[in-house]
Design a protein around this ligand. Sequence first.
Ligand SMILES: Nc1ncnc2c1ncn2[C@@H]1O[C@H](COP(=O)(O)OP(=O)(O)O)[C@@H](O)[C@H]1O
Ligand SMILES: [Mg+2]
Length: 263
Amino acid sequence: MALVEIRNLVKIFPLGESIFGGGATSQVRAVDDVSLDISPGETLGLVGESGSGKSTLGRLALRLIEPTSGSIKFDGGDLLAAGAGEMRRLRRDMQIIFQDPFGSLDPRMRVEEIVSEPLIIHESLSLSVRRSRVAELLRTVGLDQSAGRRFPHEFSGGQRQRIGIARALALRPRFIVADEPVSALDVSVGAQIVNLLAQLQREFGLTYLFISHSMPVVRYLATRIAVMYRGKLVEVGPTLQITTQPSHPYTRTLLEATPEVVM
Ligand SMILES: Nc1ncnc2c1ncn2[C@@H]1O[C@H](COP(=O)(O)OP(=O)(O)O)[C@@H](O)[C@H]1O
Ligand SMILES: [Mg+2]
């Protein structure tokens, strides 16, 4: 059974009043009738050029935004029918890692506060248990324990991404949407983060929706690849098949546009 089952998902954003008058409002079909299964333990790579709807699909899959229509099941349950209490419980299982860890980490909070915030919200742990959980999380993502007392700006981009990952792992989630997690990093630093994500997947049995505009990065990590173009899913298949025998012309364009990068 799929961990995430997406059916006929549509997200339309209004673009406001048309400047050409007539009161007509334009709209964008950011996600246009997408159906997709994500299996437990797999890394589904989601590729497509900027503006193709990848982030919108990722946010919909976590119900961070509501779709215009369509359905989403998480672990067999109707995600869109879940009430507030049920959503709160489900939130623990579903996390997101962002492209820009600096933008998503509160600059006024110490790293230990950032990483322990989900624990404070969702679990009632004693201070000492929480502290040791934070230390363990920092160790898990390859950061020194002393990192806890420092602030985000004191870290490099790759280290900040590790902080974001530690925070995402705090509640021991099952499903993680990684939205361009290495796109803002140098290739070598990005490769270390990709390796960390692969290691964490083995260790914790995580399921990833890994979003990237870069075929080489996705090819390295993904079990299967889904290709988006203008809101639509144009192709899905095993990584080897998509990268060696793409059936859609747009996929071929993406493969040609991305030079071989050794990771
Ligand atoms: N909150 C929003 N309001 C209006 N339009 C949006 C919003 N979020 C995304 N869009 C539009 O939806 C389309 C898909 O965007 P996005 O999902 O961010 O693509 P990608 O992540 O592939 O770059 C784009 O045309 C974008 O401008
Ligand atoms: Mg995006």
